[in-house]
Structures are given as C-alpha cells and as structure tokens.
Design a protein around this ligand. Sequence first.
Ligand SMILES: [Ca+2]
Ligand SMILES: [Ca+2]
Length: 325
Amino acid sequence: MLRMFLNSLFVCFLSVAYAQGPYAAQAGLAGSSAIHKDSSIILAWANKCVLQRGLQNIADSSLGYATVGTIISPTGKAGENGILSLGDGGVAILEFPHPIKDGPGYDFVVFENSFLPTFLELAFVEVSSDGINFFRFPSHSLTDTANPIGGFGSIEASNINNLAGKYIANYGTPFDLIELPNSPLLDKQQITHVKVIDVVGTINPQYASYDTANRAIQDPYPTPYPSSGFDLDAIGVIHIATTGLVEHQSIIKQVYPNPSNDVIYIQLVEKEYRNAVFEIINSRGLSVLSGRFVDKLNISMLKSGIYYLRVTSDDEQTTIKIIKN
Ligand SMILES: [Ca+2]
Ligand SMILES: [Ca+2]
C-alpha cells in the first residue's frame, strides 16, 4: 500500500533493530521458508477468485471500501495481473485448475506485494475441500502488543508463523496442510479452495484479530487508502492432487458430453497423435481405466463423481476434469 509515501520512510525502517523470533527468518536470510515466484516447485497458480472487500478503515466506514485490483488480479503467476487489496478484514477465496494435496512439506504458497522485509501486511489462511467448510491454519504473532505499531509499523518476520504476507514481494509464504487438524469435513488430498482473510492489525479489542494463542496480531493499521489491507498477488500450488500433470499444454480439444452418464467423446487438437494413450484417474489420484487412445469411451462402469481424463502422446500430456453422473 501507498508505496510512494512509504518510500520516504525507508531509511527510518532500516535503522530499527529487531529482536529475532523463533519462526522462519525473512526472505534471503538463513532459515527462511520464503519461496520465490520462479521456483520450479510451483506447478500451478490460482485461476479463480471470489471477493468480499473490507473497508479502508474498519473504524471509519465513511471512507468506503478498498478499491485496488479486481478478482482477476490474484489469478495467474505472482508478479503478473496486478494485486488485489482486501481492505480491513476483507476476504478472497481462490480456486485452482486442479485440487491441492498434502504432499511432503509445503503444499501451496501465498504471495503479497510488500516492498520491505519489515513492512508486512498479514492475512489468515483457511482451506476447504468442499467450498463450504473452511479450516484455518494455526497462526502465531509474537509482535509485542503493548503499543500499537501504527499504519507504517514494522514487523519482524521471525515473529510470524502461518500468516500470509510474512515475506517481501515475489517471495511467497508457504503452507503445509499437515499442520491442520484432521476433520471428517476436510479432505487434505483434495483442497479446492483457499481463503485469505486480512488481519486487522490493531490492538483495540473492538476490531483486533487474534492468533491461535488468542494474542492480538499487529500489522500496519490504520491504512485508510484505496489499497488498504492485505494485497494479494497470487497463490501458487506445489502439490497437485493428480500426479504427473503437465500444465499449459493441451492436446485435448474437447470432451463431450461432460458431465456424462455413460459415453464420452474425446476430440484432440490434431487428428494424429502417435502412440496416444488415455487414463482416467479418480479423485484420490488412482488410475481406474486406461488404454490406447480412443475417441469414444464408455465410462458407465464408473461410480458417480469427479475424475481426471489424461491423454498422453509422445511428448505431450493433458489432464482435464470430467464428471460422471
Ligand atoms: Ca504437506
Ligand atoms: Ca491488515
């Protein structure tokens, strides 16, 4: 937020010394968990956003809502398509080309547009496997709560855990689904939605946001500007729920009907793909049907639900979601 004005305070920020906390250090330092947007471990990016804006200042509704960015802004790769300012307590819910799964280590990564390693606008992160029941990552903020840090306040990254916005722009904050408690309402191998909720970083109990230990989380507040609150840049996926996916390649032109009761017709972009094979993968990532490519496929034996049709030729592979009624 308010990049130009804040640039004038740059020297001031650098002169402040911070006590190191117990959590991962800021991007570029030893022990940081920051992931750069160009990292090869990021396989896909969010491609859909639903937004509920927050006010520019939660304590003064006369200023109206944050306005910077659109629901397109947080889709695609970090650093592209601009950013979406959530405003105080604003909420964005992101969806993805394919569900996210809990693989070894971090599973997805959230990018903000901070321009200083200590100017950190924070957000809670929740996930859902049905779009209805959301589960929040346990979060920790050890920033002192004796005095408000104000709208230009500094935060030490190593005092922050499991809150998005921990790192400077182009370096994402990673999340590991294994850290969420188990619930029958959450399938960690099929995460379809990630919700990002701006932390209202005041210590005023009327508006404060609290971490897992019920401690008020400080982040820059107030930020009464059109770019108020958490600025969501992008969400990258590290573990995709179907294995071996190759993104950005399409050899399938269309599949119809989809959803289907019994037969699907598969039309490829070109007539001749040498040695093309198909595979149908269930929502658990298991192959349930496979063989040489055919343009008409009987799926009547499959149970109703979501599947992935993968067609592989000599050097290309495309996977798309299909629904069996
Ligand atoms: Ca994981
Ligand atoms: Ca905030």
